[in-house]
Design a protein around this ligand. Structure first.
Ligand code: PHE
Length: 356
């Protein structure tokens, strides 16, 4: 009995895993195990022998069972310790900072402009940046020989060999979207068209790519008074203060009459402040849509009339947010973007508030 005891207690203590423990259990106390066989032999013993051997065997069986359970538990403990060591995590460490991007001032201002004009019933229209010569010039009453073509510093695209149509251009203004919208929507019409435009020019206030927003309102009884009201309403909402405008007679081939529009500003202290003082700053071109332009857009000039304007988005962004150099807009300098950028959740709405 003592031998059996030694053999199993030692083997159990040395068992390396659950499989080994189970096979020892079967060998020792299983139905056909060594201890069980001995118990069966009790019947053949004399009553005296049985009296000592019986309880001793039972005690041995209990001892082996508890040794098995204890070994099992300690193996489980070791496994748990191992896992805890492997999966150790310091939840008190500070988080790793994730730098969030910012919304570019051009995107922000485009959203602001869109919100203000949407409130006045203008829908947003878009057109391609690679434009046909016809949409960019001819349809806007700028024929082939017109000096405006040369003034625009146009980028021309290469033509396939043998093509005899005029070369396509990078649109020099958003005005071709007027034509596209007239052709696809007809009249009445009330749209703005924000987007990229291109001219070969580069200095502190000019970049070869910049942004404009076109406005177009067509109906049966639209006058320049409506244009003036819409623009003053726009500038006052955009700058958050009453802004006076000044209309100066001008000339564009696609409007008649035409006006350049200045907004009231002051230059005190070397910085420009919009909506006060008695200086003026030019911000857009505008006028009543030329009958030839309406006709190119398949709209009857005897029935419909309206106003159009084109404004520089980058320019009004610089004015509102005090950004001195246009070129920096397109340098993708992270320090600049973090300084002048907007939080993603700062979504401008007319009634919820525009950016300050
Ligand atoms: N297209 C003109 C420009 O780029 C602006 C403009 C638009 C003027 C509409 C009048 C009417 O300068």
């Amino acid at each position: 009995m003592e031998e059996l005891r030694h053999k199993y207690i030692a083997a159990i203590a040395a068992a390396a895993d659950e499989v080994a423990i189970e096979s020892l259990r079967v060998q020792a106390v299983g139905k056909k195990g060594e201890i069980s066989l001995r118990m069966r032999e009790l019947g053949k013993m004399s009553p005296e022998e049985r009296q000592t051997a019986g309880p001793a065997l039972n005690a041995l069986k209990d001892e082996i069972n508890s040794a098995l359970a204890a070994r099992k538990a300690s193996l489980a403990d070791v496994a748990l310790e191992e896992r805890l060591r492997a999966e150790w995590l310091d939840v008190t460490l500070p988080g790793r900072p994730v730098r969030r991007g910012t919304v570019h001032p051009v995107s922000q201002v485009t959203d602001e402009v869109t919100a203000i004009f949407a409130d006045m019933g203008f829908a947003v229209a878009e057109g391609p940046q690679i434009e046909t010569d016809w949409h960019n010039f001819d349809a806007l009453n700028i024929p082939g020989h017109h000096p405006a073509r040369a003034e625009m510093d146009t980028f021309y695209l290469a033509r396939p060999q043998g093509a005899n149509r005029p070369p396509h251009v990078l649109r020099t203004h958003t005005s071709p979207v007027q034509i596209r919208s007239m052709l696809s929507e007809g009249a009445p019409l009330r749209i703005i068209c924000p987007g990229r435009v291109y001219r070969s020019d580069y200095d502190q206030t000019h970049t070869p790519m910049f942004h404009q927003v076109e406005g177009l309102a067509l109906d049966r009884d639209i006058t320049m008074a409506n244009l003036k009201w819409v623009l003053e309403e726009f500038f006052s909402a955009y700058f958050g203060t009453k802004v006076k405008t000044r209309f100066r007679a001008s000339h564009f081939p696609f409007t008649e009459p035409s006006a350049e529009v200045d907004i009231q500003c002051s230059w005190q202290g070397g910085t420009v402040k919009v909506g006060e003082g008695d200086d003026w700053l030019e911000v857009l071109g505008s006028g009543m849509v030329h009958p030839k332009v309406l006709a190119a857009g398949n709209i009857d000039p005897n029935e419909w009339q309206g106003f159009a304007f084109g404004m520089g988005i980058d320019r009004i962004a610089m004015l509102k947010y005090g950004i001195p150099d246009l070129r920096a807009f397109f340098d993708s300098d992270l320090r600049w973007l973090r300084h002048y950028g907007f939080a993603a959740l700062d979504v401008p709405t007319v009634h919820g508030g525009l950016s300050k």
